[in-house]
Structures are given as structure tokens and as C-alpha cells.
Write a protein that binds this ligand. Structure first.
Ligand SMILES: Cc1ncc(C[n+]2csc(CCOP(=O)(O)OP(=O)(O)O)c2C)c(N)n1
Ligand SMILES: CC(=O)[C@@H](O)[C@H](O)COP(=O)(O)O
Ligand SMILES: [Mg+2]
Length: 638
């Protein structure tokens, strides 16, 4: 039996000596490479926190002490040592263990939200609760250098530092990177701390040396001790944290278990707000990750563990956007690009390489990204802010009040819109249409293929009197889903041969709509399928089309509450059009992880499901409508 197999909980770690822990760390690394290469996941971040996680579980007493992981993508080791290593064959798969902490999986898990920069706020709240309960428990937040660039962290630090008697342990997992190297003044400050020997370590070393230096040692030590404050400021510019009222321990080698345990034990005993600055290496121990130029295997699809290479894939929504924006950038020098620490994964890297002065990485700070874009627009630029759909949630007020209120030409590009799959409930991009539908003057496009993505991106960037947004899915994209005609902004993809059913398919669901129409045609139900292209506001041509059919069905890869279907229903009401409408979309629930296809099937968003539902509705509605037509003929109104 390996040491890893002998670990069923943190207590097993506390029984090990440091030699055994070193062996265990090696076994965990081999385990991570093997399992994550097969399943995909966050290999780099987790390889970087092996020793840190072991030390945390040896010094603190989870779950009595709360170990909080910011984002949570780096919690695989935590899961391994809390009795879940057997679940890694199904990591991030339907029914398998989640890629983030999961309260349903373990009492050791707390934060399920994978949105960054929240852990310190949770820690502040938990510390207050522990204090009210009489103390004795520790709130320990592990936050990356990237997450620390998020605004919520600084709101939390301000509060955490407010009470010097309230223990909060903040462990900064500083590997110098988000996906790519972390940017900004804070990152520079952390780097300056990393480059200086830890003040405590230097003091310990000096004390040791002087106490063993006969005769002159003692007076020199006494003099140095008197000058301690000045030495401290000079040796390690930790003043930012200490000026905030936070005790600082570090920098500590994040791969040295004894050193980590010493610092964490000191922090645990301190009894107030304290920072332990652990310096780690993303991908540590696995050269293909350490040397991975783009992002040190921050998040990887299944790869060959020997080569570290993923399978070659076709064009993706992101790659099409990436190339088209760069082409637009060559034509429009007012176009600038903004990323929130996700340059490559949102496809802005091509633009950045071609126009090095016209792109900005703001850190994991979507709120700042949007309002900074508003500033750029006020300055005569046309900013393109590329974020994952789900991360736009935290910048809603900035979109509403900093951009739309001023009718500024900012274009939001929402990648990973709709069900994403393996990253679970806080990553599905199922909120954007409901949010943006509330924003006066906002225009939202949902391309259905590579061709319409290029076209609608250009249309969006051509708008100068207000905000626009584009939303598209995660993964591969088809080049073309052809239209038979265009009515205003609406593309007709298929004429149903009758006026029975109008099926309005949003974005990537165009293919789904056409497949459902094929099934319905086999049953003799004529379905006209259209792609609205610009989904918000609802186009008048769509209302006209609806009015000429007996039943309207909308299908969207977004939450139903306040989504596109709701907007169409409102537009029909406003036009006094009483054609019955049924809206299909993602149910307003938190949906667990699985593949995109599995999650969609789980909520009835397959061609078969859509065809079955339309059949039921059509049978009732069309029958009713025909009966009403016949009645009208027999006894015309007076
Ligand atoms: C609000 C938000 N924006 C973006 C992301 C995407 N994201 C996931 S992990 C990550 C980088 C985190 O860097 P860091 O905190 O340093 O952790 P590391 O991966 O280095 O361990 C980003 C940008 C996110 N999870 N949440
Ligand atoms: C943790 C995080 O927010 C991302 O790393 C997430 O895993 C999205 O990954 P994709 O880029 O594969 O959608
Ligand atoms: Mg980092």
C-alpha cells in the first residue's frame, strides 16, 4: 500500500514524519498527473499546492477550522487528503467528484463558487461567527496572487484588519501567475517580497550567529535588536501589509513542508489577522506543466501524460473571434481590448500580439474592466471587453450605470455563454441574457456559426451610440449554418411549408432547432426555423413573423427567467399579438457538472426533447386554433 492509499483523513497526515510527507508529496504529484491528464482539469495549480495543502492540514484542524480555497480550482490535494482520492477517476464528470470544493462531498469543503476573490470575505464572516461563539476556531483562506488582484479581496482586507484581536489566517499562494503572469502594482509588490529573504528568517539566522559569537556577539545583538524596526523596513518591504494592520509571515518556500508548518503554526498562534506569504511554482514537479509557455497548464483538457500535449482540435468560437478581432483592429485603430487576466482563454492574445499598445490586462477585476472600458470609450476609443459569460455577473452595475447610462460604445464579448459543463454550477454562462435584457439601450447578438460571429462582431463594433454584447458557447464552432433569407436582422433557416409553428433558435442552438424541425416534419408538422441573430432588443420582423404563425417556440442556451423567451413574450404583448408562445431554455437552477451535452440532455435541451414538446403543444394549440378558425367561418362576427 502506498502512503497515499493510507491517507483517509487529515489525522493520518499528522501521524507522518517529514520524510514520509516528502514521499507522500511525490505520490500525490504522480497521482495528479495520471488522473488529471486522463480527465482534464486544473493540473498546474494543484501541482503547485501539494506541500502547502499537507502543511495546512497538519497545522489546522479541518473541519473545525475552516480551510477556504479561493476559486477552488486548486483544491484537488485537499480532496485527496480528505478521503476522496478514489473519486478522481471521475473528476469533473457527470456523477463524479467536482473540480471545486463541494459541500455535498465533504464536511471539509466550504466554498463552491468558482468565481475568484471571495475567500477573504468568507473568512472575515466566519471569523466573526467564530468570535461570537467564543473563539478557538480558525478561518484560513488560501488565496492566489491572481485572485488577490480582485477588488473584493481589498474590501475584505479592510475589514479583516479592523479588529486586531480577531484571528484570520490569510495564506497567499504566490506563484506569480493567474493564467499568465499576474499584472499590476500588487503583483510587483509581491515580487519584491519574493526576492527578499524573509525578515523573520534573517532575524533567526542573525540571532543564531550572534548568540554563538563569543564576547562581541551579545552587544552587537543588543544593538541590532534596538534597531529592529529600521532593519525590518529596510530588509523586507512588507510595509503594505503591516500598514494595513496585518502581521506578515514570509516569504516562505511553498514547497518546504517544515518551513510552511513553522510559519502556519506561528500564524495560528498569533491570535489576530495574519498573512502567510507562500511562494510556490505552478506545475511544480512536472516539467511539461512548469515549462508550458501559455499558462503552466492552468486548466487542461485530457492530455498525453508522456508528452503533456492535448489532442489537436478544430476551430473554436474563441479562435474565430480571436482572428476576426485582430482583423478589425487593423482597420479600426480606435478599437482596444481588455482582459481580466484571461488573455489567451478569451482569445485576445492575437490582437495583443499585433497591437501591443492597444490591449490591457486589468487582473481578475471584471468590475474595473467594464468601468475602465467606459473611461476608454469616453476618451474616444471603442473598447472590447472579453470575459466568460458567468464572470460578467459581478460587473452588472458597471454595465448598467457606468456604460449604458452614458450610452457608451463598449462591446462585451461573452465567451462560454450557455452551459459549459465540467466546471459546474458557477461556470455555466446562463445568466447573461437575463441580466443584459434589463439594461436600457443594450443590444445583444448571438451568432450561430463562425460566419455570423464575424459578421455580428463587426456589426457590434460599428455601433457608436451605446453598448453591445456578443455571446457564444464554449468549444468548437461550425463554419456555416446557411440561411434561406434574411428579414431585417432575422435569418430564416428553414421554411416550414405551413404557418403552424415558428421555432426561434438562439445562437448555437440553430442546429438544435433544425434537427427538431426535421423530426417534426416527419410527423407532418411544418416548422419555420429562424435565427434572430440580434436577440435583444427583439426585432420587429420577429414579431411580424410570430403573428403569422399558430404557435411560437423559442429555444435558448440561457436561463429561462428573464431570458430571450421572456423578451419575445413581452414584445408580442406590446404588439397586441396573442399568438401562443412557449419558451424553452435552461431551468433556473444550479446545474451540476458533466459534459455540455450531458447537462443539456439533463434539462431537456436536445432535438428529440424539443420535437416532442413542440408536438404536444402543436397538437393542442393548432387543433384549438383550427377549431377557432372554423368557428369564425361558420358564424362571422357581427
Ligand atoms: C471572477 C473570476 N474571473 C475569472 C476567473 C477565471 N480564473 C480561474 S482561476 C484564475 C487565475 C487564478 O490565479 P490565482 O488566484 O493566482 O491562482 P493560481 O491558479 O495561480 O493558483 C482565473 C482568472 C474566475 N474563476 N473568477
Ligand atoms: C477556474 C476557471 O475559472 C477556469 O480555469 C475554468 O476552468 C474555465 O476553463 P475553460 O477555459 O476550459 O472554460
Ligand atoms: Mg497564481
Amino acid at each position: 500500500m502506498t502512503l497515499l492509499e493510507s491517507v483517509h483523513g487529515p489525522a493520518d497526515l499528522k501521524r507522518m514524519d517529514h520524510d514520509e510527507l516528502e514521499v507522500l508529496a511525490g505520490e500525490i504529484r504522480d497521482f495528479l498527473v495520471d488522473k488529471v491528464c486522463r480527465a482534464g482539469g486544473h493540473l498546474g495549480p494543484n501541482l503547485g499546492v501539494v506541500e502547502l495543502t499537507l502543511a495546512l492540514h497538519r497545522v489546522f484542524d479541518s473541519p473545525r477550522d475552516a480551510l477556504l480555497f479561493d476559486v477552488g480550482h486548486q483544491a484537488y490535494v485537499h480532496k485527496i487528503v480528505t478521503g476522496r482520492h478514489s473519486g478522481f477517476d471521475n473528476l469533473r464528470q457527470l456523477g463524479g467528484i467536482a473540480g471545486y470544493p463541494s459541500r455535498a462531498e465533504s464536511e471539509h469543503d466550504h466554498i463552491e463558487n468558482s468565481h475568484a476573490s471571495t475567500a477573504l470575505s468568507y473568512a472575515d464572516g466566519l471569523a466573526k461567527a467564530f468570535q461570537l461563539e467564543g473563539g478557538g476556531r480558525h478561518a484560513v483562506a488560501v488565496v492566489g496572487d491572481g485572485a488577490l488582484t480582485g477588488g473584493m479581496c481589498w474590501e475584505a482586507l479592510n475589514n479583516i484588519a479592523a479588529d486586531p484581536q480577531r484571528p484570520v489566517v490569510i495564506v497567499v499562494n504566490d506563484n506569480g501567475r493567474s493564467y499568465s503572469p499576474t499584472i499590476g502594482g500588487l503583483a510587483e509588490h509581491l515580487a519584491s517580497l519574493r526576492l527578499r529573504p524573509g525578515y523573520e528568517r534573517l532575524l533567526d539566522g542573525g540571532r543564531e550567529l550572534l548568540q554563538h559569537t563569543p564576547v562581541v556577539g551579545k552587544p552587537i545583538y543588543t544593538a541590532l535588536h534596538a534597531a529592529k524596526a529600521g532593519i525590518k523596513d529596510a530588509l523586507s518591504p512588507q510595509v503594505m501589509f503591516s500598514d494595513l494592520g496585518l502581521k506578515y509571515f514570509g516569504p516562505v518556500d511553498g514547497h518546504d513542508i517544515p518551513a510552511l508548518e513553522k510559519a502556519l503554526a506561528g500564524a495560528k498562534a498569533f491570535g489576530g489577522p495574519v498573512i502567510v506569504h507562500a511562494v510556490t511554482e505552478k506545475g511544480h514537479g512536472y516539467p511539461p506543466a512548469v515549462n508550458h509557455q501559455a499558462d503552466q497548464m492552468h486548466q487542461t483538457d485530457p492530455i498525453d501524460p508522456r508528452t503533456g500535449l492535448p489532442p489537436v482540435k478544430g476551430p473554436s468560437w474563441t479562435s474565430v473571434f480571436s482572428d476576426e478581432l485582430a482583423a478589425i483592429g487593423a482597420e479600426r485603430e480606435d478599437v482596444v481590448a481588455i482582459t481580466a487576466a484571461m488573455l489567451r482563454s478569451t482569445g485576445l492574445h492575437t490582437f495583443a500580439e499585433e497591437f501591443p499598445d492597444r490591449w490591457f490586462d486589468v487582473g481578475i477585476a471584471e468590475q474595473h474592466a467594464v468601468t475602465s472600458a467606459a473611461g476608454l470609450a469616453m476618451g474616444g476609443k471603442h473598447p472590447v471587453v472579453a470575459v466568460y459569460s458567468t464572470f460578467l455577473n459581478r460587473a452588472f452595475d458597471q454595465v448598467l450605470m457606468d456604460v449604458a447610462l452614458h450610452r457608451l460604445p463598449v462591446t462585451l464579448v461573452l465567451d462560454r455563454a450557455g452551459i459549459t459543463g465540467p466546471d459546474g454550477p458557477s461556470h455555466h454562462g446562463m445568466w447573461d441574457l437575463s441580466l443584459l435584457g434589463m439594461v436600457p439601450g443594450m443590444r445583444v447578438a448571438a451568432p450561430r456559426d463562425a460566419g455570423t460571429l464575424r459578421e455580428e462582431l463587426r456589426e457590434a463594433i460599428a455601433v457608436s451610440d451605446g453598448p453591445t454584447a456578443l455571446r457564444f458557447s464554449k468549444g468548437s464552432v461550425v463554419e456555416s449554418v446557411p440561411a434561406v433569407e434574411r428579414l431585417g436582422t432575422v435569418d430564416v433557416l428553414r421554411r416550414g411549408g405551413s404557418e403552424d409553428v415558428l421555432l426561434v433558435a438562439v445562437g448555437a442552438f440553430a442546429g438544435l432547432g433544425l434537427s427538431a424541425a426535421d423530426r417534426l416534419a416527419d410527423q407532418g408538422i411544418g416548422v419555420t426555423v429562424v435565427d434572430p441573430r440580434w436577440v435583444l432588443p427583439v426585432a420587429p420582423e420577429l414579431v411580424e413573423l410570430a403573428a403569422s404563425h399558430r404557435l411560437v417556440v423559442t429555444v435558448e442556451d440561457c436561463g429561462r427567467h428573464g431570458g430571450f423567451g421572456s423578451a419575445v413574450a413581452a414584445a408580442l404583448r406590446d404588439a397586441d399579438c396573442d399568438v401562443p408562445l412557449r419558451d424553452l431554455g435552461v431551468p433556473q437552477r444550479f446545474l451540476q457538472h458533466g459534459s455540455r451535452e450531458q447537462v443539456l440532455a439533463g434539462v431537456g435541451l436536445t432535438a428529440q426533447d424539443v420535437a416532442r414538446k413542440v408536438t404536444e403543444w402543436a397538437a393542442n394549440r393548432i387543433g384549438d386554433a383550427q377549431a377557432a378558425d372554423e368557428a369564425a367561418v361558420e358564424s362571422p362576427r357581427d
